[in-house]
Design a protein. Structure first.
Length: 259
């Protein structure tokens, strides 16, 4: 069925359950706003929003389940960059009225599968018709402990730089099925003092200068030591983008123990 015939209320009623699985949700889909319990005292509230747009972040014939997965995982990757714990998500969907309800169901299947991997609950959202390309915006809230928060601003002269995985060649398909490094970030901040960190969404060549500028330092890339995916050239590892690995700075005193 086409969405213009189904209508927004019926669509959302089918996609979102009004009963919450999370004890912190006091009111969810079906009300004008979601109501959730605030973070525990001592924790900091994290908020992030991100979007994917047809013909920019995914092709028109991309599996909608993969589109949903990517739409949810992009903001969760930003949570990883700050060692955060995501909890709740809002989804805004902008599609043509000619879009089928089957496409949207599959999209939400991908969104829910991605959210469930990190115990995130979709507590509401919005749908809107558009004459342009489809767009999916996901907003996420969660928390991070005061003693485990990481930003881009703490890098120090002499720090060593690491990434959590191999780089390059993401547009071969990995950009649609990546898993944010939330578990790795939580492990790192439990065992080490991470001075600065960010996720590699635009590529090492674009993101590393951002981290350096935020920290007020320069940088050197040891190209021969870059971890590459099979068949990937060094320049691709630097410029391809959408790796969604974490780039972080750590004191050389902790480098050997980390490795």
């Amino acid at each position: 069925m086409k969405l213009r015939r189904l209508g927004e209320d019926r669509l959302l009623q089918q996609l979102l359950t009004s009963r919450s699985r999370h004890k912190g949700v006091l009111a969810g889909p079906g009300d004008d706003c979601a109501i959730v319990e605030p973070p525990r005292p001592g924790n900091l509230l994290l908020l992030k929003t991100d979007c994917v747009v047809e013909k920019i972040h995914f092709k028109s014939d991309t599996d909608p389940k993969a589109v949903g997965w990517k739409a949810m995982m992009r903001p969760l990757s930003d949570f990883a960059a700050m060692s955060g714990v995501p909890q709740f998500a809002l989804v805004t969907l902008m599609v043509s009225g000619e879009t089928t309800d089957e496409w949207v169901r599959k999209l939400y299947g991908g969104l829910r599968r991605a959210a469930d991997k990190f115990d995130v609950e979709i507590v509401g959202g919005e749908t809107s018709a558009t004459r342009g390309p489809a767009a999916i915006s996901v907003s996420v809230t969660g928390f991070v402990e005061r003693n485990r928060q990481v930003t881009r601003h703490g890098g120090k002269p002499g720090d060593q730089l690491f990434v959590t995985g191999r780089l390059g060649g993401s547009l071969g398909g990995r950009h649609l099925r990546f898993v944010p490094r939330i578990e790795e970030a939580r492990w790192l901040t439990r065992h080490f003092s991470i001075h600065a960190m960010m996720d590699l969404s635009d590529g090492l060549g674009s993101d590393l200068p951002r981290l350096a500028r935020a920290s007020g330092v320069g940088f050197t890339i040891e190209k021969a030591r870059l971890p590459l995916h099979t068949g990937v050239k060094i320049q691709n590892a630097i410029s391809d983008g959408e790796d969604f690995e974490l780039l972080f700075a750590i004191s050389p005193r902790q480098s050997d123990r980390l490795q």
